[in-house]
Write a protein of this length. Structure first.
Length: 242
């Protein structure tokens, strides 16, 4: 559109220049003589400009239509829709079940997710955070946290035990805390016990006793065993028979 306007300005400027050069009377005389030629020339210029303008607008419209065409991406269903479309049996298979496994974790923290079910023994040097379900024995050199959604059925041995979920079985630790909404049912052996007013404890409590060393156990076993000479043992058997 700007180009057409520029050409129109140039045409007017050219006509004014010719009229000024030839004079007004001479210009009018030429217009009268070549009236048809000038009319055809002006009509051709106007028609060409109009045709060019229409063609330019059509190209712009086609370009805009191409830009508006959106190719839908070939993507799968979103996770939520995919999960809804899955049958219930397949969803249940996502629950991880570990049977009779002993885990030795050297990191500071061991976390058991909600979808995990462990049956067996867990041994860890660092803390253990239980959000899932554990059926078996848990050993930790630090703290065992039974979280709100955690469930433990078995034995727990640690330096400290904090229960915010549910624990059934035997607990042995220096410190034991039943937090709010925590539920403990079983036998505990600890030095320090604290139960929140919203927590629940059912069972028996015993004082914490240090486990005897292997050498002490062996010495006690040797002392308790009776030692008799062969002759004395034979004499005792003879008296028993008689």
């Amino acid at each position: 559109m700007n180009y057409n306007l520029l050409w129109f300005v140039w045409l007017i400027w050219l006509l004014v220049l010719i009229t000024f050069s030839l004079g007004w009377e001479t210009s009018l005389e030429l217009i009268r003589q070549f009236k048809g030629l000038l009319f055809g020339l002006v009509s051709t210029i106007v028609a060409g400009a109009t045709f060019r303008n229409l063609l330019f607008n059509k190209e712009i419209t086609m370009f805009k239509r191409k830009d508006n065409i959106i190719i839908p991406p070939q993507s799968s269903l979103p996770p939520s829709s995919a999960a809804d479309a899955m049958p219930e049996s397949e969803i249940m298979e996502h629950e991880e079940t570990v049977s009779a496994v002993t885990v030795h974790n050297k990191s500071d923290t061991t976390t058991i997710p909600e979808t995990c079910l462990i049956v067996g023994e867990i041994n860890a040097i660092g803390d253990i955070h239980i959000n899932g379900t554990v059926n078996g024995v848990i050993n930790s050199e630090k703290t065992v946290f039974v979280q709100k959604n955690g469930r433990v059925d078995g034995e727990v041995y640690a330096n400290r035990i904090e229960i915010s979920g549910e624990l059934k079985g035997v607990c042995r630790s220096h410190e034991l805390a039943v937090n709010a909404n925590g539920h403990l049912d079983g036998t505990i052996e600890c030095e320090s016990l604290s139960v929140n007013q919203n927590g629940r404890f059912y069972g028996h409590s015993k004082p914490y006793q240090q486990e005897p060393k292997e050498e002490e156990k062996a010495s006690v076993q040797k002392i308790t065993e009776p030692m008799f000479p062969l002759s004395q043992d034979f004499h005792l058997r003879e008296q028993t028979v008689g």
